[in-house]
Write a protein that binds this ligand. Structure first.
Ligand SMILES: [Zn+2]
Length: 103
């Protein structure tokens, strides 16, 4: 099992859990890292660090200027733009992410 396929697996699990883009509900989604894989390679395989976003909304989150390396602001952006039907799931996901990172 290569590291790359563990990331792919985590992305599949995240997509299966939520079902669609958190911002618009489209089913064709990327697995978007909350803690970006560049500065945080140690978190890239953590399923709770991945949320499904369509390509357009993935790019919007990744192009938040100086926010790219600031996970707290990416989380705030996710919470602000998340559709109502995904909000509860997202909150649980983020609680799990914090739990894993604090271990
Ligand atoms: Zn979208």
């Amino acid at each position: 099992m290569t590291r790359r396929s563990n990331v792919v697996k985590a992305k599949h699990r995240s997509r299966a859990y939520f079902g669609g883009c958190l911002f618009c509900g489209v089913m064709d989604t990327d697995g978007a890292h909350i803690y970006p894989a560049g500065p945080y390679p140690q978190y890239k395989e953590i399923v709770f660090n991945i949320v499904p976003l369509c390509r357009k909304h993935h790019q919007m989150m990744d192009n938040l200027g100086g926010f790219t390396r600031r996970p707290a602001q990416r989380i705030n952006y996710l919470e602000t733009h998340c559709m109502d039907e995904y909000k509860q799931q997202l909150e649980g996901w983020l609680v799990n992410l914090k739990g894993v990172l604090n271990e």
